[in-house]
Design a protein around this ligand. Structure first.
Ligand code: GLU
Length: 376
């Protein structure tokens, strides 16, 4: 049974594995680490473990903490070099803190620092799954962050919201709880008059996206509502429930699950493990632009044929993940291409019967087969 209500977050049978993402502003205040608050959260993690739930922590805060120690301005986010240096300093303190506080409840913290590529590359993704699974089996609490000291702008998540959703997918978690500095998703900017919190979202539609404001409230983390909605999209495709809740209170999990304050994004469908990984990929090797007829056919569950392609972008090999976009540039699917980019370009717009003479061999049944495709 997928999770249907916030109270399920504290129910071991509904939610055997919970990913809790802790934002920078919750962990680090103006006077440094918010130790008392964190001790309260760790107590809740210990209680969840006592109820028979497994917990994975995705902890931000390395950059904010390191910036304070090094005296870097803009919270260490003034430049990539600053962020990398700040993270290197802050991460040691952060993992020490988790080790100590979890240890005070007899729990073992296990640090994993991941880069985007660790989750984008299929083999490395499966490797992450194996490590997390082994750690959980051994009774540890994985504490995960992005490896910010080596991540560069092109190859980083940059926010731990999407990292948390990808980790949840890799770990086959039941739910992701994004602890933030806001109660949930509001239908307009929360400071605007009449703003109303949305308790349940079924599908991150264009209308839902329009509610998000790009600005992060604290200025400390880098998430904001936009990245939280992207995380929700990754989770819903993987059949995982995602919750945005306010972490600013003492015992935040009890408030969210017990009092039911937060926004729950219900899983829309379970695409299957491999398709969920493909659909959640953030970087693709290229894209295939398709005409309206092909876009409609894909929506009905068909494979993508060369006839419907109008443009090929990027450099990719056979088997590489590509985006499929409509003629307005909207990405409508991710899929694995049966041809490399040059072959795709050569057969673009051609019927199957016309392809053999161009390719020099009998064409495959499709450019992207429906079994290797996931609609967005
Ligand atoms: N990984 C970053 C850090 O540890 C946080 C990213 C975010 O703000 O979501 O500081």
């Amino acid at each position: 049974m997928p999770i249907a209500a916030l109270s399920d977050l504290a129910d071991a049978s509904q939610c055997p594995l919970l990913v809790i993402k802790v934002g920078s502003a919750l962990l680090v205040g103006h006077d440094g680490v918010r130790r008392g608050w964190l001790a309260g959260l760790v107590e809740e993690i210990a209680e969840a473990r006592g109820r028979g739930q497994q917990v994975i922590v995705v902890s931000s805060g390395a950059i904010a903490l390191g910036a304070a120690t090094l005296g870097l301005d803009k919270g260490g986010r003034g430049s990539l070099a600053d962020a990398q240096a700040a993270a290197a300093v802050g991460q040691i303190a952060l993992s020490g803190l988790w080790t100590e506080l979890l240890g005070s409840h007899g729990l073992t913290a296990a640090q994993m620092l991941l880069t985007l590529e660790d989750l984008e590359d299929r083999r490395r993704y499966l490797n992450v799954t194996a490590t997390i699974t082994r750690l959980l089996d051994a009774g540890a609490v994985p504490v995960i962050n992005e490896n910010d000291s080596v991540a560069t702008n092109e190859i980083r998540f940059g926010d731990n919201d999407r990292l948390a959703a990808r980790v949840a997918q890799a770990a086959k978690a039941s739910a992701v709880l994004l602890l933030s500095d806001i109660d949930g998703l509001y239908d307009r900017h929360p400071r605007e008059e009449g703003a109303r919190m949305i308790p349940v979202v079924e599908g991150v539609t264009a209308e839902v996206k329009a509610m998000a404001s790009a600005e992060s409230n604290s200025g400390m983390g880098s998430g904001g509502m936009v990245s939280k909605l992207q995380a929700a999209e990754i989770a819903e495709l993987a059949g995982i429930c995602l919750v945005i809740g306010n972490g600013q209170h003492d015992r935040p999990v009890a408030r969210i699950a017990g009092e039911g304050i937060g926004t729950v994004f219900l899983p829309r469908r379970n695409a299957g493990a491999r398709k969920a990984w493909l659909g959640g990929r953030l970087r693709l090797k290229g894209s295939l632009v398709v005409d309206a007829g092909a876009a409609a056919a894909l929506a009905r569950g068909s494979s993508l044929l060369a006839k419907g392609i109008t443009e090929v972008e990027g450099v990719f090999e056979r088997g590489d993940p590509v985006a499929i976009a409509d003629n307005a540039g909207q990405v409508i699917a991710h899929g694995l291409s049966e041809y490399d980019a040059a072959e795709c370009a050569a057969i673009t717009g051609l019927h199957s019967s016309e392809q053999a003479s161009v390719l020099g061999y009998a064409p495959r049944s499709a450019v992207v087969h429906r079994d290797q495709m996931v609609l967005k």
